[in-house]
Design a protein around this ligand. Structure first.
Ligand SMILES: [Zn+2]
Length: 276
């Protein structure tokens, strides 16, 4: 496990000389009016991390951390979070979807939590071009779609806990040949997310509770999952920042093995820890 930081300094932070002296790799992006931003990525195991960390604290730079796990760490974990990282296209009808996602019977205009569980199939504008990716998601969503080859492999390995939901090309009502949705009907039991360990917010409009995205280290849950009956689960709780709202996708070791061994692209995996 390696914790990475994506740090952004401003030109007024006065860190240019220090960055040069530390011989760090960075990217500069100009701002209107002659200013600029400095972006760099660093892991906590880097010898230069303590110095950079103190620079971040001193300047209050924007610091977004994320955690990368090794294949071995993923392969031994009983369960992992699955995070869609390849997105293409918008759910249809695009003009009204963000305000009124029909697929879910609408959403709270404040926190973005859907009013209902998924009611209808997703619609897309045109067939996606996946390149090397086996998984894809749509912008504004956390929905998981996969190629027919992935569904064939899930069937061969007798993996359970999902349904194949067809995706429709919006204008023609034709079924997409490139992707179907991995629809996950089952959710974790109540109290699976230990409230005391996650920062959360309560929506002033609808009163729903949402947890902030978990980025650093291993996400810890409380409870039990029966591995013999399912390989896919959604968290009952909602996560997200601002207007974003999603349920965590959890997958069994067998799904993780398929993704790691076949080097399937479009998602990343983060082992979770489940405490009884
Ligand atoms: Zn709300």
């Amino acid at each position: 496990m390696e914790i990475w930081h994506r740090v952004t300094f401003g030109h007024r932070d006065g860190v240019d000389a220090e960055i040069e002296m530390l011989n760090l790799r960075y990217k500069k992006s100009p701002l209107p009016g002659g200013g600029y931003l400095i972006h760099l990525e660093v892991s906590e195991s880097a010898p230069k991390w303590p110095v950079i960390h103190s620079m971040i604290q001193r300047t209050r730079a924007l610091d977004i951390s994320d955690t990368l796990f090794t294949d071995t760490e993923i392969l031994v974990a009983p369960w992992s979070r699955l995070i869609p990282v390849f997105e293409q296209g918008y759910p249809q009808p695009e003009a009204t979807w963000s305000a009124e996602p029909v697929t879910f019977g609408g959403e709270c205009s404040e926190c973005g939590i859907y009013k209902k569980e998924q009611l209808e199939n997703f619609r897309i504008r045109k067939e996606p071009r996946l390149g090397n990716n086996s998984f894809v998601s749509l912008y504004w969503t956390y929905a998981l779609f996969a190629t027919p080859a992935v569904f064939a492999e899930l069937a061969t390995r007798k993996l359970q806990g999902f349904r194949e939901w067809k995706v429709l090309i919006h204008k023609t009502d034709q079924i997409s040949e490139n992707i179907s949705q991995i629809y996950i009907p089952e959710q974790t039991s109540a109290d699976f997310v230990p409230e005391e360990t996650f920062r959360r917010s309560k929506c002033p409009k609808c009163g729903a509770v949402k947890y902030f995205p978990h980025l650093r280290g291993v996400m810890r849950f409380k409870g039990k999952i029966s591995e013999s009956t399912t390989d896919f689960l959604l968290s009952r709780e909602w996560f997200g920042d601002g207007h974003a709202a999603y349920r965590e996708i959890l997958v069994s070791k067998e799904v993780a093995r398929l993704i790691v061994e076949s080097k399937l692209r479009g998602v990343k995996l983060k082992p979770i820890q489940i405490n009884p």
